[in-house]
Each structure stands twice: as C-alpha cells, then as structure tokens.
Design a protein around this ligand. Sequence first.
Ligand SMILES: NC(=O)C1=CN([C@@H]2O[C@H](COP(=O)(O)OP(=O)(O)OC[C@H]3O[C@@H](n4cnc5c(N)ncnc54)[C@H](O)[C@@H]3O)[C@@H](O)[C@H]2O)C=CC1
Ligand SMILES: O=C(CO)COP(=O)(O)O
Length: 334
Amino acid sequence: MVRVGMIGSGSWGTALAWLLANNGHEVEVWSHKEEMTRMFREHHENTDKLPGVILPENMIFTSDLQETCRDKDILVLAVPSPAVRSTAKKMKEYIRFGQLIVSASKGIEEDTLDYMTDIIEEEIPQANVAVLSGPSHAEEVGRGLPTAIVAGARDKKAADMVQMVFMSPVFRVYTSSDLPGIQMGAALKNVIALAAGIADGMGYGDNTKAALITRGSAEIARLGSSMGVHMETLYGLSGIGDLIVTCASAHSRNRRAGYLMGQGKSMEEAMQEVRQVVEGVYSAKAGLKLAREYQVEMPIIEAVNRVLFEDYPAQEAVKNLMLRDGKDEIAEWD
Ligand SMILES: NC(=O)C1=CN([C@@H]2O[C@H](COP(=O)(O)OP(=O)(O)OC[C@H]3O[C@@H](n4cnc5c(N)ncnc54)[C@H](O)[C@@H]3O)[C@@H](O)[C@H]2O)C=CC1
Ligand SMILES: O=C(CO)COP(=O)(O)O
C-alpha cells in the first residue's frame, strides 16, 4: 500500500483515484474548488464529470493542497494542461526532495513548447517527475475495462514504482524512458482527433477517418524523427494507440468537439457543449509552432489550426488537403 495524492478531480483524476483505491492504496483527492470537494464528500462520486463511478467511503477529499501533498509517496497531477504550471507553482513549497509526481495531463504549453513533465521539473526542481499516458478513457477505466498504458520516467526506479502502483488485472502498465516521445504523441493525437471529428461532423465516412488517422500519424512521426524521439514510442500505446482511441471512441472529447464544428458550430460553442477539457484546442498552435521550428510538413495540423483560429471553412480545408501536390509514401525506387 502506498499513499497517493490525486491533484485534480475531473474525469481522469476521478477514474485514477478509483483505480488506485481498488489497488489497495490510500488516496486523497484534491479539487481546486470547494464546491467540488463538497460534491465528493456528499456523493463519493463525481456526479458532474464521471457519474456512476463510486469512490470508497474512506477516501479523503479536500481543497487543501498542502494536506494533499504532505506525507504522500506519490502525487498524480491530473489537471487540464493549461492549469499544470499554475498548480505546480502552488505545490512547490509542499514537495520534499525526491517526491514522485506523475503527470497524467496531455498537452504542450503553447508559449514555451514545454511538455507537462518539463513544466513540473521547472516549477518543482526538487521533485522526481514521471508521466502516465496511453489510450485510456476515464469512462472505461472507471468501469474496470482492460486498459494498457505507458509509465515514462528518466529514472528506471521511478518508472518501476509507477508501474507497481497502477498495475492491476484491468490496467496493464509498460515502462519507458522516452518522456518526450510519450508526451508528443499524447498532445498531438488530440489535434488529429479534432480533424477526425470535423470529418465525421461533415458526414464523411470511415475512409476519410482512416486517411486522417494514418496521415496524421505520419505527420507526428515526421516531427518526432526531426526531434529525435523514438519511433517505437510513436507507434506504441501513447502514440498510435491513443490516436486510434481518440479518433474512434464515442467517449472522446476532442473528436466530439470536432464533430460539432464539422456540423457548423464555432470552436467556442463546441467547447461549451462538450463541457470537458478539449486539449487539442490548446495543443494545436504548439503543434504548428513545432512544425515550423523543425521545418516539417504537417498539413493536417495546419488545416486544423486554420479551421479553429481563422474561421477557415472546413470544406475548403479538406479540398486543400486532397488537392496538395501528389506525394510518395515510400520512395526507394531501384
Ligand atoms: N478524461 C480522460 O479520459 C483522460 C484525460 N486525460 C487528461 O487528463 C487531464 C484532465 O482531463 P479530465 O479530467 O478529463 O478533464 P475534465 O474536463 O473531466 O475535468 C477538468 C477538471 O479540471 C478542473 N480545473 C479547471 N481549472 C483548474 C485549475 N486551474 N486547477 C485545477 N483544476 C482545474 C475542472 O474544475 C474540472 O473538474 C487532461 O490533460 C486530459 O487530456 C488523460 C487521459 C484520459
Ligand atoms: O486522452 C484521452 C484518452 O486517452 C482523452 O482525450 P479524448 O477524450 O479527447 O479522447
């Protein structure tokens, strides 16, 4: 048994708290709003974001960050990516040297192009930072449906610890040393999911979606190759695995937001209707910035940016993608 502090109690923090409690760990859940803590204390359930997943009677809920960080073997940070830096800043003074913090958020910070683990390391230099990522919708993890995921850390001991704590008969955890690769795949798959959702919303078919998933994966791999991440990671659970689930699943918020936009809603309207964090909207500009910095062609990521931020009609974006100059898939002719 280990003591876990869950920082963030949206759908993902709630599902992970449920999983960890089922694994026999002592879990304390921090919410940034008192009203959320009251909801948890009253119902032992996140009635707003993950209804139906009942948390144990003895689980502690609080809005006191210091209390959640104190005396914990592991802290899991599961807030939306735009809140990771500000939350880490607040946590800093409560973290002891070498305390393990696992990032469960998916995104790339737009201004700095930092991954979530970079942000945590910058803000809390005394912490030992890891990441947990992969195809893992909270709605399914919270029902105990078999899921496989990756735990990444610089240090093997930390990755092993995360594997040991999270692993269960319904939650299989692989370890990895490729922190950048895991987080690049996790952030950029959300942008491709917006494109897949837009295509669905416009009434296009499975051929279109398969093309977007495959060519989206080629874009991410091209960038990854220029940035020196491992291709195995991008073709692994946190890369292609998460890309598949987010583009295909009925649970996906990014796909759903895209769908609404494909049906003619604005980005703001779609985000409001989804009511849960749509991380692809925050990672889209970061993806485009990386493409430019590393001089890599990423036409789908570029098209999503135009549709999201320039009011560019999705029909035109699709036409442009289809009518780009003909390209090779492989070009090793004799
Ligand atoms: N939901 C899922 O299936 C999965 C989500 N994730 C990642 O987990 C992260 C959190 O997502 P969800 O829990 O799904 O979001 P959610 O939309 O279910 O909940 C977000 C929660 O964050 C809270 N929040 C908003 N601003 C905050 C702040 N400044 N400080 C602290 N909390 C704040 C909101 O009150 C809300 O409870 C995201 O980066 C997401 O990509 C990762 C894997 C699976
Ligand atoms: O990252 C996630 C699942 O792995 C959640 O994001 P989506 O809900 O957009 O798929």
